[in-house]
Design a protein around this ligand. Structure first.
Ligand code: ATP
Ligand code: MG
Length: 437
């Protein structure tokens, strides 16, 4: 992408409505714009990040055996009357009437809808287990939408639902998602800690929230320090094998959100191992047995023809919240520092002298050659002074900057800067191709 053509409205000033750093940076770097309270438009750069997060989520869901579907945003109220949640949900639910006066709603979550799809599509125990996910916009009329996309009213969620024949199967499904979540967040450069959590209005008796630590987090959290640096990515995971051992490794260390906090158990830890902090919830998983399948009659025929009410779980990831969460975890004074997997572009080319034909030619050649190798590149070909370009580049946080100026080029070199470390290296353009191609 050529920056001179790109819709990238960056801002120098700090927007006064933004209280936390991720919100400020998302506005300044031109990722989103608010259109009404808690509702955001995604601009090209922000959308690329959102799509990258979705991609990582999809890859990990698919690897763990979940199948993607896409359910609508608008649901019928009758669906929610079946589970008894229509009245229970309260003012967070956006209720709508269509032209025939039928009661509809903008889905805040999809347990009811998926249960009906399952009930109509699966009749025998032989077809279990099933695990279905989608990535879809939700609406919750939050009392206090704030912190930008972190607590929006309209937000993008990955939610999935597992169906098993018995409790043991359902726990295995839960464990698969537990491990898939560890991997998903780790790939995004986050240290997300699973913590025992309250099940809230979803119901059930087993639940973990995945929390990233940040001063601006909305929940108080308490955990064993050892959880912060535990690594999952170096392990080979076999999702068909028993995963309880891995889950136990994480859950045997103390970690709880304030609703579930057991001060005695926490204080029994040696002081040096205790971590009391604030955190952002980026994912939440639940095992809730037959809470929906029973009232909604989601049953399958068992081996002897008997009717079995299926055991369910549900699993959510805040895809749009993650954009803010990742920035909270990864920024510096100059701006955003994107982790590689989610970066909107991998490489930026910075042309220091756009009116110099040789420099322009070298930039264009690099841009095309990197593009041909499938590398995502943002080419700053704008006609402006280097200072402004450097500031914008640091603000938008692309991991690698290739800086091309007349002096370096005269000796056949360009400069490569790492956004995270600030380390700079001179090399020939061919080496740039070899490095990133
Ligand atoms: P919270 O406690 O933050 O209100 P929740 O427990 O109501 O969230 P879940 O129903 O567990 O949320 O939804 C799954 C995930 O969706 C959450 O872990 C979070 O990452 C994300 N999420 C929930 N509400 C919002 C929101 N208003 N804006 C952005 N993301 C959200
Ligand atoms: Mg939750």
């Amino acid at each position: 992408m050529r920056m001179s053509q790109y819709f990238l409205p960056t801002m120098k000033e700090t927007p006064s409505e933004a209280q936390i750093v991720s919100h400020r940076l998302m506005l300044r770097a031109g990722l989103v714009r608010q259109t009404s309270a808690g509702i955001y438009a995604w601009l090209p750069l922000g959308l690329r990040v959102l799509r990258n997060i979705e991609r990582v989520v999809r890859e990990e869901q698919d690897a763990a055996g979940a199948q993607e579907v896409l359910m609508p945003t608008i649901q019928s109220a009758d669906l929610w009357r079946e589970s008894g949640r229509y009245d229970a949900y309260g003012p967070e639910m956006l209720r709508i009437k269509d032209r025939h006066d039928r009661e509809m709603l903008y889905g805040p979550t999809n347990e009811e809808m998926i249960t009906v799809l399952f009930r109509e599509g699966v009749k025998s125990y032989r077809d279990l287990p099933k695990n279905l996910y989608h990535i879809q916009w939700k609406f919750r009329d939050e009392v206090r939408p704030r912190f930008g996309v972190m607590r929006g009213r309209e937000f993008l969620m990955k939610d999935n639902y597992s169906f098993d024949i018995d409790k043991a199967g359902a726990i295995h499904s839960y464990n698969r998602m537990f491990v898939a979540y560890l991997r998903t967040f780790a790939r995004m450069g986050l240290k997300a800690i699973p913590m025992r959590a309250d099940t809230g209005p979803i119901g059930g008796d087993l639940s973990h929230e995945f929390i990233i630590l940040a001063e601006t987090g909305e929940s108080a959290v308490f955990c064993h320090k050892g959880l912060v640096d535990k690594d999952i990515l170096s392990r080979k995971i076999d999702y068909s094998a028993d995963l309880q051992g891995i889950v136990n490794e994480w859950t045997s260390l103390y970690a709880a959100t304030d609703e579930m906090h057991d001060a005695k158990a926490f204080e029994a830890l040696p002081e040096g191992e205790r971590l009391a902090a604030r955190g952002i919830e980026v994912g939440h998983i639940f095992y809730f047995g037959t809470k929906y399948s029973k009232p909604m009659n989601a049953v399958v025929a068992g081996p002897g023809g008997e009717q079995i009410t299926v055991e369910m779980g549900s699993y959510g990831i805040g895809v749009s919240r993650l954009v803010g969460g990742i920035i909270e975890a990864s920024h510096d004074d100059a701006g955003i520092v994107w982790p590689d997997e989610v970066a909107p572009f991998k490489v930026a080319i910075v042309n220091l002298k756009p009116d110099d034909g040789a420099v322009g030619g070298a930039c264009q050649k690099l841009y095309e050659a990197l593009g041909a190798k499938g590398v995502s590149v943002l080419h700053d070909d704008r006609d402006m002074r280097p200072g402004g370009k450097f500031a914008d580049m640091d603000l938008i946080g692309i991991p690698w900057q290739v800086i091309v100026g007349p002096k370096g080029l005269a000796s056949g070199k360009v400069e490569v800067k790492n956004r995270r470390t600030g380390a700079r290296e001179e090399m020939a353009p061919e080496q740039v191709l070899a490095r990133f191609g």
